[in-house]
Design a protein around this ligand. Sequence first.
Ligand code: PHE
Length: 340
Amino acid sequence: MNWEEDIKKTKIEFEEKLKKIKTKEELDNVALEFLKRKGKIAQLKNYFNLLKDEEKKIFGIKFNELKNYIEKEIERLNESFKETLDSKKFYNLILSWPGKKQYIGSVHILNRAKKEIIKIFNEIGFSAIDSPEIVNEYENFDSLRIPKYHPARDLWSTLWTTKKNILLRTHTSAFQVPYLLKNLPPIRAIFIGKVYRYEATDRRHEIQFNQIEGLYIDKENKVTISQLKWVFEYFFSRFFERKANVRLRPSYFPFVEPGFEVDLKCICKRGCNICSNTGFIEIAGAGRVHPYVLKQAKLDPRFYNGFAFGCGLERILMIKYNIPDIRYFLSGDLRFIKSI
Ligand code: PHE
C-alpha cells in the first residue's frame, strides 16, 4: 500500500494514454477512465479512509494536484479538438456552398430578338439595312402618298423636332424611298429599328418602339402576294418555333395597293385573351408597293413591282413570351430583364 507510488503510476499511465489520443472519441474514453465515478481517480480517493491524519494532509495535496492536472489536460485537449472541428466545419461550408450567382448583365431582349430576326431573314435572302431614325417630312409622309393635310397623316401621331420638316420617324417605311433611290432591284431588305409616336401610353402603346420593315422589289412583275404570305409563314414559324398559319385581310395603308392586315392564327382552340376570342392575332401591315411610291424611287411601275410589310417587334415578343405590357421593355426593371 504505497499511495505515492500509486499517484505516480496513475500520472504516468495518464500521460502515456494522452500521447496516443488522436480523436475526440479516444479523448472521451480516457476522460471517462480517469474521472468517472469509480474511475482511476475515484479509486485513489480510497486512501483517505486508510491513511493517518498527518499523511492524509500530504496525500490530499498530491491527490488534488493530480486530479486538477488530469482535468486541465483533458480540457485543453478538448478545446483543441473543438478548434479543429470548427475550422473543419468552416472549411466544409465554403466548399459545399453553391456559389452566389452574380448577375453580370446580358444582352437586352430587344437586341437579342433583333439579331435573331436578322438571321432568319438572311436565310431567305433578305439583308438587314441600317436606317436613320431622324427623317424629313418627305421621307416619312409625302413619298409614301401621305400628303400634308391629308387625313391619313392622323394614322401616325408625330413627334416633330424643332427643325422645320424634321421628325422622329413614325414608321420604318420612311426608309423605303431613300433606300430604293440608292439601290437597284432586285432588292430584298429589312430595316429594323426604333420608331416614335406621340401617343398616350398604355399596355399596348409606347411612344418609342421597334418595327421590322420588309421590302422586296423586283423587275418583270415577279413579286407576288403569295410570296409575301410565304415570307410571313416562314418568318413566324421560325420566330415562334411552331408551324405558323397566316391570314391576309384587306386593309388600308396609303403606300400599298392592295393593302393587308396580316393575322397570325392563334394557338388557342376556342378563343383566348390574346386573340380576343377571334382565333387570329393582328400582327403586321403589308401590301403591294404602290406605283406612286415606285415612281418616287424613280422606278417604272410597268416594269417593277414588289411588296412591303411592317411589323412591331415588341408586339411579336409580347406574343412569344406572354408579356402583358409593352412598357416593360423600356422600364429598366431587372426582374423583367432577367425573366426572359
Ligand atoms: N408602316 C406601317 C405602319 O407603321 C406598316 C406597313 C408597312 C404597312 C409596310 C404596309 C406596308 O403601320
